[in-house]
Design a protein around this ligand. Sequence first.
Ligand code: SF4
Length: 413
Amino acid sequence: MKSFNIPDYYRSTIVSPLKELRRKRDKLKRDFTPTLLDFGPVQVLLARHFGFCYGVENAIEIAYKAISENPDKRIFLLSEMIHNPEVNGDLLSRGVRFLMDTAGRQLVPWAELTQDDIVIIPAFGTTLETQQKLAEVGLDVERYNTTCPFVEKVWNKASQIGHKAYTVVVHGKPTHEETRATFSHSKEAAPTVVVKDMAEAQRLARYITGDVPKEQFFVEFKGQYSEGFDPEQDLQRIGVVNQTTMLASDTQGIADYLKQVMIEQYNLLPHEVERRFANTRDTLCYATNDNQDATYALLTHTADLAIVAGGYNSSNTSHIVELCEEKLPTYFIESEQKILSQTLIRHFNLHQKEEVVTESYLPSHEPVTILLTCGASCPDAVVEGILLKLVSFYPGSRSLEDVMIDIQQTYNA
Ligand code: SF4
């Protein structure tokens, strides 16, 4: 895969070489077992796949290029470039400004932009409406467009389905930048509706079966359907695409469920199913799949706790947290700074949507086993910081050099 030129301070002298070692040994990515870092009193199991993906590295390379190529110009990011506070914070410190917040609220009025400005499109892509606004100002929207090719692939898939006269059901978070962009592109080719989870898919199904009056659809799905959507007409042939960072099992569950609803509603024989339900695989990206599969593999190991690093608004990271939470105490943190001490950790509670402080998060027994991973927008340097901080609480630990020699021997054997 292409390598990108990103600032060294996002890399790690421990984690990045480890990943490279595993990659070289397993180029076809068949081995999802975690890497054991055995420090003695603390054992860290590091997921096989985590951290910066293709789309994130591509976006970072382009953003820093935009800064270095335009020292005298105002540089704007449409919104957070990726959902990571370290990266966004660094860009802001270099004078970059956000035009919108992550919910799409305007921070800098369009009227303030001039054609001399530079605007960077984030990895999630953007809506056609925003592209149009930027073009009207006279800005070249393609010059620093960091839209991930795996997001564009979803747009293409939606368009293909649309051209075959299916309505597109997007499984995604309705307010997430990527889903808003996908919705915007999809509606050009097909009636489109967004469902955020199985509960919403089940509510949508009641309009397929005609169990509730169609007028109710416009209330229930307000802001999530394309203009002119007619639930009676537009739910007779459907296909599902998804935000690239959803939980694979959730999307599969929703697609299977809606397919079954169509089969029952229209009494379809197996060879007739495609008349009503487009035969698509999910549109998750490779990084989401790898990271989720690596998390499942991580969770087959017995451990005391899991630490997942990433931005709190990062969709792919949140899903990794959800998977870990089902199995063991899990702490979702932005960086090692959230590890306040050996006994206190400040972490994000996904359900309450706020940071909380937990005491005694490390067990008193030794050795303690910790699962460690992060999302696709989290730098290796952050994972290194967390690793070193945890080990620092165990003074009798083996040296990092010895641990790394063990690992090299294991994977070079
Ligand atoms: S998570 Fe996937 S879709 Fe998103 S930027 Fe990374 S590779 Fe692209």
